[in-house]
Design a protein around this ligand. Structure first.
Ligand SMILES: Cc1ncc(COP(=O)(O)O)c(C=O)c1O
Length: 401
């Protein structure tokens, strides 16, 4: 029961303790593979940790990271707000118990009909980055709050979003002005430093930019109240990331530098950092093979790959940590690949992975920190492989009903 997860506010379990719990469940029950197990107490822990580290921020969980109703319902009960990417996610949040006034529509790419439907559902906060979308919001969601997304440059993100979202600061200022004149509430500025951001200082540029835009608008009588710092907070993959506390310190320092003691309302939209570390994906070795007599690399084919859960291995941009029951013995280099008949379904070839030399078909491999951007990114049946089944564990360490 989700209520069991909510009653306590225990000290957060370490990432290792969570992994141990999930792997113990998988060992006890041996479900068919591949399968994802998500630990709801760990999701609650991570959410509470972020609340402690960023006490001045409003947390809008980015639903896209893991839209499972169990996860969204838990976070709604914990008081979270939600960043939704579209109408379906808004409906999901409402069904899970989140009131409409805790939803913001963060996707800047939307149809007019999406605005109409979101507005009818009660969504009143929209992010825009273009004149066309702004005019739709003004016409179809009259009086709504509007944030404008600006480019966030630099960065050490594992996936920077490039120029798909956002606009130049001078255009953002003009759009916010226009929003004000159109009778919308010009609410603030947003940006996203790229997901799995490994540099805690990456928010500095966006915060400085937002402060300039806010000062420009204030000079003409439009007072923006909100600064949305987007997502980007990291999870613990194979190659590590700085502690979240370092991000809180760096972001706080940037806010002090650019806003002094008069911080705006600060919004964070964490996705990965809330759910990734709460998941373990168990997979089975299908085949181990060699491509030549000379090459030391074995090819290890798993029953999960790019299309049925590990989408974020595209370009090898997320390097998951792996664990097997044979760990501790001698290891050798491997190339890891998925099970489909698709040549792109290779997980790691550039990044060197080492796995036990005695690894054999039928052995189980656990892919760690897989609670974010996995099950929901799986295809519905490419090559006949179904979406990734997921089990959610409650405080008892057993599935919630
Ligand atoms: C608008 C927006 N906010 C938040 C997020 C969540 O990012 P992350 O999972 O890196 O925290 C995303 C991810 O794509 C996003 O597009």
């Amino acid at each position: 029961m989700i209520e069991d997860v909510l009653v306590a506010d225990p000290p957060a379990d370490s990432v290792d303790a969570v992994r141990h719990r999930l792997r113990a469940f998988l060992d006890r029950h041996r479900p068919p593979t591949p399968c994802l197990v998500v630990d709801l107490p760990a999701v609650a822990d991570r959410y509470r940790l972020l609340r402690r580290l960023f006490p001045a921020a409003v947390l809008h969980y980015a639903v896209k990271a893991n839209p499972a109703p169990e996860v969204v319902g838990l976070l709604a009960a914990l008081g979270a707000s939600f960043d939704v990417a579209g109408v379906a996610e808004a409906e999901l949040c409402l069904r899970a118990g989140a009131p409409a006034d805790r939803l913001s529509y963060g996707n800047t790419v939307k149809k007019a009909s999406d605005v109409v439907r979101a507005h009818a559902l009660g969504v009143r906060v929209f992010t825009v980055d273009s004149e066309a979308d702004l005019l739709n919001v003004a016409a179809l969601a009259p009086g709504a709050d509007v944030l404008c997304r600006v480019f966030a440059f630099p960065t050490a993100a594992r996936s920077a979003f490039g120029r798909k979202f956002g606009c130049e600061p001078d255009l953002a200022a003009a759009l916010l002005h226009r929003a004000h004149r159109l009778g919308l509430r010009a609410r603030g500025v947003s940006f996203h430093v790229g997901t799995q951001q490994l540099d805690p200082r990456a928010w500095e540029h966006g915060i400085a930019t937002a402060a300039r835009i806010m000062a420009t608008l204030a000079a003409s009588g439009v007072h923006l109240t909100t600064l949305d710092l987007g997502g980007g907070l990291p999870a613990g993959y194979r190659d590590g990331a700085p502690p979240l506390a370092d991000y809180a310190t760096a972001i706080g320092e940037s806010l002090d530098r650019h806003f002094g003691s008069a911080w705006p309302e600060v919004v964070l939209e964490p996705g990965r950092a809330v759910v990734a570390d709460a998941g373990v994906l168990r997979t089975e070795v299908v085949l181990v093979s060699r491509k030549s007599y000379e090459d030391r690399h074995r090819w290890v084919y798993l029953d999960v790959g790019r299309h049925n859960g590990l989408t974020e291995t595209e370009d090898e941009f997320i390097t998951y940590a792996l664990a097997t029951a044979r760990d501790g013995g001698p290891v050798g280099p491997v190339v890891l690949a998925g099970p489909t008949c698709d040549g792109d379904d290779v997980l790691y070839e550039r990044n060197t992975y080492h796995l036990p030399l005695d690894l054999a078909p039928g052995d189980l491999v656990d892919v760690l920190a897989t609670g974010a951007y996995t099950a929901s990114c799986a295809t519905v049946g490419f090559n006949g492989f179904p979406p990734l089944p997921t089990t959610h564990l409650g405080a008892s360490g057993e599935p919630v009903r």
